[in-house]
Structure formats: C-alpha cells, structure tokens
Write a protein that binds this ligand. Structure first.
Ligand SMILES: Nc1ncnc2c1ncn2[C@@H]1O[C@H](COP(=O)(O)OP(=O)(O)OP(=O)(O)O)[C@@H](O)[C@H]1O
Ligand SMILES: [Mg+2]
Length: 392
C-alpha cells in the first residue's frame, strides 16, 4: 500500500458533519469545513481534495453546484451520503477524478476511497529512501536491569560521535509507561493513541511533530503515559514509526519492552543489533539466556543477540557471579559489560539527561563508549579484558 500522508493537504469539506474527520481518518490534513456556496470558487490550484456530504445539501442545489465545477480544473472529489441522488452522481461523472461512498462507512472505507482518488490524480509518490541508517534495539532480560539507561547512553554516545544535529533518534516503545522521557527530563510528544489508523500512514513530517529534542543530536520519540496505549496503537503504526525513523536518522536506538507484543519480533528482526541487558544475578542471567534463544529463533539464521552485563561491581560488595560464572549461566560469552555507578546513574535521572552529560567521567560512559565502538566495528584496546577484570 502506498503510504500516503494527508499532512498539509488542503481538504475542503462541504457539510458540518465532516469536521470531526480531521481528528480521525483525515488526520494531518488542513481541513476547511464550508457550506455548498463555497463550491463556486473551488479549483485544484487551491484545494487538494473535495469532500462533500450529500446528506447536508438539498439534492438539486448540490447537483447544480457540482455541475458547475470545471471538469478538468476541479480537485479529486468524493461525495459521501446515505442517499446519493442520481442528479448528483450524473454531475459528478463529468469530473475527471471523482467517487462516491455510501454512508455509513468506516474510517478505513473513507481512507481507501480518499487514497484511491489521490493515487488516480497522480500525486507524487515518495520514492523509497536510499538513506543508510543503523537501528539498535535494547531489551532488558529482567525488569530494572538497566535497558533504558543503556539505550539512553548509547544514543548519547552516538550523538557525541556524530557531532551532527538530529543524527540519532531514541525510540521508547514502552508505549504505555515509558521511562526514557522522564530519565531525560523531557516531555513525551508521540500521542499516537489519539490518531488511530491515521498513525499508520505517518511520514517524516508528521514524525517530526512527534519528536522531542533531548540534547544535541538526539531526538526522542516517546508516548505520553497511557495505560491502554498498547491496545490502541497498532502493529502497523509501530513498524511505520521505525521505518520512518530509519529513513530520517543515521542511528535509531530502540528501548524495547520485555514482554512480547504483536510487533516485537518484526521490530527486532529489522534491527541491525539486538542488545539483551542483564544484571549479574542468577535469575537475570537465566532470563537473558532464555530471551536470547527466543529472539534468535525469530532472527535470520546467522544473526545473534548480544548480551550486555550491566552494573558490574567488585565482588567485595556482594556475592555476585564472576564473569566466567555468568557466561556459564548464559551459555554464551557476554559482548560487553557496564560498570556499576549508582551515584552517576542517580545524578543522571534526577537531573534529567544522560550520564554522559552530568557525569562524563563515569565508568558507565567509558564502558558504553567501548560498547558503541564495538558495535560500530571500531577496535578498542583490550576492550573485553578491561571490563571482565572489573567483574571478576
Ligand atoms: N550501570 C549502572 N550503575 C548504577 N545504576 C544503574 C546502572 N544502570 C542502571 N542503573 C539504575 O538502575 C535502575 C534501573 O535502570 P533502568 O530503568 O534503566 O532499567 P530498565 O531495565 O529499563 O527497567 P524497566 O524494566 O523498568 O524498563 C535505575 O535507577 C538506573 O539509574
Ligand atoms: Mg526501562
């Protein structure tokens, strides 16, 4: 299906009952609601789509007004109504691009009719993007393992490396109660649940309206708190967000919920890297092992999830497993380790912003930088031995 967006399209709606469509299936359009007399000065130069509610206008008046529209100069026209008089339909047949839709109709019926008209009218279809981006998804093995913290720090490290504006997008897919915005001291702006199916046709311009800039080079896509958002936001909308974000940004970092959603495996399969964050406790390591297996079953055969061990601390502070013990429990090698630094982590969330901003010398920043180097294929000196020693 063509991903049309009505963003900014000038839609003239004849009949007051059509006004609410601007918040639903015609979301994004510049909708003008007017009476039938407005048809006297309509042309395709000033209106992109004409929508007429036949039930709102006396049939002969409407038939005359439609007949007076220029056959070639009138915009694509859709007449809706529970009674569509033959005189109106006959007048409509003279218009180059026109259709009728009988009431009652669903949002999907209306959208299908509108997009078919726009397609027929030959509006330009955006070419598929050639933009090369990288998408890394971060998921916690257990609650509180540090996935959000690490996603934020990765995004921050990437932005610092790129030095460009808007090069990194952090997407919080905890649609109901994401923490990324609060950790960054930002206001979440992706009010997707309100837009229903319209969200599935998002384009870059609309996505831009949903982003919150959070520091140099990073944009955040996060939903306002909404307990039923997971039920209201469709798989198509989530995958569309990721698709557009990857078209728009050099790097997309996804803070992925642990619990399986209808879009989880597709989102992970579309990611260049999947990072499973575990802490150094036996239950977390066992959960990480199971989660990696579940994810890898959905990935192409050669693709592996990577395990990041978070909050590595000296064993002086408690009987944590060593790295070797952790890897035995994981039944695989860990790909990275992030040191524990409670002071820096607390300063970051309490002040709002990445650890890199508030505690640039923290070991968390150093270890995330090494992880990012590794993912980017930059060789760093003895990277694994450096962190594994800390946990030993
Ligand atoms: N390396 C670290 N050192 C010290 N504290 C950390 C570290 N990483 C994360 N934390 C802290 O651990 C707590 C949980 O982190 P975070 O919210 O990132 O985990 P999560 O896996 O995203 O949790 P949830 O399951 O709720 O999504 C936070 O208070 C955070 O500041
Ligand atoms: Mg989290």
């Amino acid at each position: 299906m063509t991903h049309w967006s009505l963003l900014g399209r000038r839609v003239l709606a004849i009949g007051p009952a059509l006004g609410p469509l601007a918040r639903g299936p015609l979301f994004g359009a510049a909708l003008e609601v007017a009476g039938v007399e407005r048809l006297a000065d309509v042309s395709s130069a000033t209106v992109d789509l004409l929508l007429i509610d036949a039930d709102a206008v006396e049939p002969q008046v409407l038939a005359d007004a439609v007949a007076a529209l220029g056959a070639d100069s009138s915009p694509p026209t859709l007449v809706v109504g529970s009674r569509l008089p033959a005189s109106v339909v006959r007048a409509l047949m003279r218009i180059r691009t026109a259709d009728v839709l009988e009431s009652p109709f669903s949002d999907q019926d209306l959208q299908a009719a509108v997009y078919a008209l726009l397609d027929r009218d030959g509006m330009e279809v955006p070419a598929p993007s050639q933009h090369a981006s990288r998408c890394w998804s971060v998921v916690g093995a257990v609650g509180g393992s540090g996935a959000t913290t690490i996603a934020i720090e990765i995004a921050s490290a990437l932005a610092a490396r790129s030095g460009k504006d808007n090069s990194v997008c952090l997407v919080d897919l905890h649609l109901a109660d994401g923490a990324a915005a609060a950790y960054l001291g930002a206001a979440p702006a992706m009010a997707l649940a309100e837009f229903g199916p319209a969200a599935e046709r998002m384009d870059a311009a609309l996505l831009a309206a949903f982003t919150t800039p959070v520091g140099k080079g990073i944009d955040l896509l996060a939903c306002p708190r909404d307990p039923v958002a997971f039920e209201q936001i469709s798989r198509e909308a989530v995958l569309r967000i990721l698709e557009i974000a990857c078209d728009t940004y050099d790097f997309v970092v996804v803070d992925m919920p642990r619990h399986r959603r209808p879009w989880t495996l597709e989102a992970l399969a579309g990611s260049d890297e999947v990072l499973v964050v575990s802490e150094l406790t036996v239950p977390a390591l066992l959960a990480a092992r199971a989660l990696c297996g579940e994810i890898e079953a959905a990935l192409p055969p050669a693709r592996r999830a990577r395990v990041v061990l978070n909050r590595l601390a000296s064993r002086m502070f408690g009987p944590a497993p060593s790295t070797a013990e952790a890897e035995r429990a994981l039944e695989r090698q860990a790909d990275a380790g992030i040191a524990s630094d409670w002071e820096a982590a607390a300063a970051s969330v309490n002040l709002g912003g990445p650890v890199r901003q508030h505690r640039p010398k923290s070991k968390i920043v150093r270890d995330v930088a090494a992880l990012v180097d590794r993912l980017l294929g930059v060789e760093t000196q003895a990277r694994r031995s450096a962190w594994s020693r800390k946990a030993a």
